[in-house]
Design a protein around this ligand. Sequence first.
Ligand SMILES: Cc1cc2nc3c(=O)[nH]c(=O)nc-3n(C[C@H](O)[C@H](O)[C@H](O)COP(=O)(O)OP(=O)(O)OC[C@H]3O[C@@H](n4cnc5c(N)ncnc54)[C@H](O)[C@@H]3O)c2cc1C
Length: 359
Amino acid sequence: MTTPGCAGSGVSPASLTATAGLVPVRVEPERVIRQVAGLRPYRPSGFVLRVERLAEKVIVHDYGHGGGGVSLSWGTAHLAALEAQQTGHSRAAVIGCGAVGLATARLLQRRGWQVAVYARDLPPETTSNMAGAQWSPTGVFDPALATPAFEAQFQQASRTAYRMFQDLTGPYYGVRWVDNYMVSDEPIATERFQELLPDLYPDVEDIPPRANPFGTRYGRRFATMMIEPPVYLNAVMRDFLLAGGRLVVRHFRDRGELASLEEPVVMNCAGLGSRDLFGDPELVPAKGQLTVLRPQPEVDYIYIDLREFLYMIPRADGILLGGTFETGVWSLDPDPAHAQRIIEGHRRVFGRMRRDAYR
Ligand SMILES: Cc1cc2nc3c(=O)[nH]c(=O)nc-3n(C[C@H](O)[C@H](O)[C@H](O)COP(=O)(O)OP(=O)(O)OC[C@H]3O[C@@H](n4cnc5c(N)ncnc54)[C@H](O)[C@@H]3O)c2cc1C
């Protein structure tokens, strides 16, 4: 999780007002309600969006979104739905009931398709439930490996998703706009994904040290959306069922099993499961561990500390404290050493927070 670039950024009196009096998170061991970990489906060269034939079936792949799958979901689903539309069919099996599968299922329904979702796990058991989720397609690809064709697809998907999530703001879907604070003692660099999407972060401002509540040399505030996955995924699943969708709990052990499905088009949104199902060794887990504190409704901003990769996301079901991004690690067990680093790091940050920084 990182920050947008500062194209056009500057310090304005408006930012000083907007960031005045941020409420610190109460990082106390007795407020910890759970420790959890999730495995991001990471592909260094980027997600897969392509069509393949398997005997009589058309398979449309849409998987491997790394640390930005909730953010990108409607965007890649839109591109996948365009591919499905080319087949001339109107019945699809969607494999996977995470953010990507559900968005895909809904977009096909909106085009008049009959859709069944088949999944081994349903919310709240998916990786998508683990996401923060900050709207920001970060941790999705390694810039050294991404091709121009992938970057073009990434830009298109990001812009579509950014627009579509705006239509979902409000309590029903659990989507809202929040301020994000990014801090560091080094100048904050612009990452490749931010260079590709400057228009998606229109409200970015640098914060001068005297006005920085986190006391670091550099600070930046930007606005983006935040999605509450437990609320959001249930709402989209409800929409899917209300529109006549069929939900089947099923674990596909290999791609041959897909041949038995009655639907002629299969949308592969199996996330990390695609590695075994379709034999893609580039797809690896990037483990993310979270320490969750009791909810603190008065905290309504996201915080990202670049000094040692710590982040805080205030969800209704708890304050999420991260972060880790461990590629190749398959264990879902929280690591005690990471848990200690996360809690101690956030305790230092919020213990020193200045509430008068903007006065
Ligand atoms: C700690 C953490 C923080 C994150 N924060 C953010 C964030 O702030 N913003 C953001 O955008 N993203 C974030 N992410 C990343 C995001 O969670 C993933 O990119 C996203 O969940 C991927 O969605 P998906 O639908 O592809 O996969 P999943 O949610 O994993 O869903 C995959 C589905 O496929 C099913 N499946 C898999 N294999 C099979 C099989 N063989 N047969 C049948 N069904 C199968 C599964 O059961 C499941 O239903 C975070 C992730 C973690 C772990």
